[in-house]
Design a protein. Structure first.
Length: 462
């Protein structure tokens, strides 16, 4: 229900263990007065079907659908009945209408939903989603830890403020959804806006919970998946299947899921189920959120990452939760713990590589390892890692990750003497960086940050 702010996780900095250096030659950076290339956007591409058994997916749907992120039980099934109208209001940023139209087109084609965009004065069906854009500071003054969020039974920000402490905003009491408000910051990079739209609109139309073990889904607060996946579209199709009805209890939904999934996802009938995963204990979730918290000290976040890893090991996990715990431990390593960080990144990469659909997670690990290699002067290795991760970054439509990988690739090419190739890759990275990071100042800062990782020529080791 709330897309969390994971500032320490997704590309907030490349590595805490790399020594700080001056940026590279000014000729390799875009001059402050020079216009950057046009912003790039991804073309629509088909989502890959989920890679797990229907029995596992049924268990996922029940856990997603009958529990809040806080752990509170949801006593009944809820959804919209009939067509849904989506309206946009507030400080609508440039390009947002195209993003929403593309999302709605996917929801119609891949999830079979009857959803359309309507103007404020147009006649619309009873079911309505209002997407309101407002300043991030205004949103976070009310909900500090959320990058974006949804609430039931209201039509906008003024309605939320008037009913902030009212029981009508309690999702656990909703049966048939008629009005849902989605709040999205207007003053953030285009990619962050798109990510919020995908997750929050999907939750308005489907389950409300997030599960850290679901690596193939946006219903996961690790935020590695940034757009709706094939798994997510299947869940939405199941959630809105005619065999289900608002007000059903968990056992009633559970009894109907096998037949629904067999009809909608016959391939999942042929995949043998894995072991039933245990729920994530609250202590582990709290430790992860503390490690990701932007307002805690680094030592506190490091201690929280250590706790998360210890709990994951004690639980005997081998899934994405163990990978995330290793990833966080590596990201929180101190300046004198390069060996600890590297070993944890490598272990996280091994775990993610073993998971069907874990390619984007492995790409994030490769980004960190490429940064280490660039910092150490191992330019061939940095180049290979950056190139290996780019297909997954493109497939997951993560422009911030793709741009960062291309910047590392360009810097490695430059240091290997391939100046023309480096210039071409760097120029391409800037268009993706404008989508992923937003304004020109942030794009140039990212470029300078990566250029500063590479050592002076006398430090190069081949």
């Amino acid at each position: 229900m709330f897309r969390l702010i994971l500032a320490t996780l997704l590309l907030s900095s490349l590595t805490a263990c790399a020594p700080p250096r001056e940026a590279g030659p000014a000729s390799r950076l875009a001059p402050p007065t020079e216009a950057l290339p046009p912003l790039q956007r991804f073309a629509t591409q088909p989502a890959r079907a989920p890679q797990r058994s229907n029995r596992e997916i049924a268990a996922d749907i029940l856990e997603l659908g009958f529990r809040m992120e806080s752990g509170r039980e949801i006593p009944q099934f809820s959804r919209f009945e009939g067509p849904v109208a989506l309206q946009i209001t507030g400080r609508v940023p440039s390009g947002v209408e195209g993003e929403i139209d593309r999302l709605l087109d996917r929801l119609r084609r891949e999830a079979g939903l009857d959803i359309r965009r309507f103007g404020a004065d147009a006649h619309a069906p009873r079911g309505r989603i209002t997407v309101e854009f407002l300043a991030r500071r205004q949103m976070q003054a009310a909900v500090p830890q959320a990058a974006c969020f949804i609430l039931p039974r209201i039509s906008g920000w003024a309605d939320f403020r008037a009913n902030r402490r009212s029981p009508r905003l309690d999702w656990t009491t909703v049966v048939e959804r008629e009005s849902v408000a989605v709040f999205v910051p207007a003053d953030v990079p285009p990619q962050e806006i798109r990510d919020c739209l995908h997750e929050e609109v999907a939750q308005a139309l489907g389950p409300l919970n997030d599960l850290y073990r679901l690596h193939e889904s946006v219903w996961n607060d690790d935020n590695f998946q940034t757009v709706l996946t094939g798994f997510d579209m299947l869940v939405l199709r199941v959630w809105n299947d005619p065999a289900l009805r608002p007000g059903m209890r968990r056992d009633e939904v559970a009894a109907r899921l096998p037949a629904i999934l067999a009809r909608l996802n016959p391939a999942g009938e042929r995949i043998p189920p894995g072991p039933t995963p245990r729920q994530s204990p609250r202590a582990w979730i709290d430790s992860v959120e503390a490690a990701l918290g932007p307002h805690s000290s680094r030592s506190a976040r490091r201690a929280a990452a250590e706790r998360a890893l210890a709990i994951a090991r004690d639980e005997g996990w081998s899934d994405a939760r163990l990978g995330l715990a290793h990833f966080l431990r590596a990201r929180m390593a101190g300046p004198r713990e390069a060996d600890v960080a590297l070993s944890s990144f490598v272990r996280a990469g091994q775990i993610y590589a073993s998971l069907p659909g874990g390619e984007v997670h492995a790409a994030h690990v490769d980004m960190q390892l490429a940064a280490f290699a660039l910092s150490a002067g191992h330019f061939d290795e940095a180049l290979a890692l950056a190139r290996r991760a780019q297909p997954a970054a493109r497939a997951s439509e993560n422009a911030a990750l793709l741009a960062s990988l291309q910047m590392v690739q360009a810097e490695a090419l430059e240091r290997l003497g391939q100046t023309s190739a480096a210039r071409t890759v760097r120029l391409d990275s800037l268009g993706w960086a404008r989508y992923g990071f937003g304004d020109d100042m942030r794009v140039r800062a990212r470029l300078a940050e990566i250029a500063a990782l590479a050592p002076p020529s006398r430090e190069v080791r081949r």
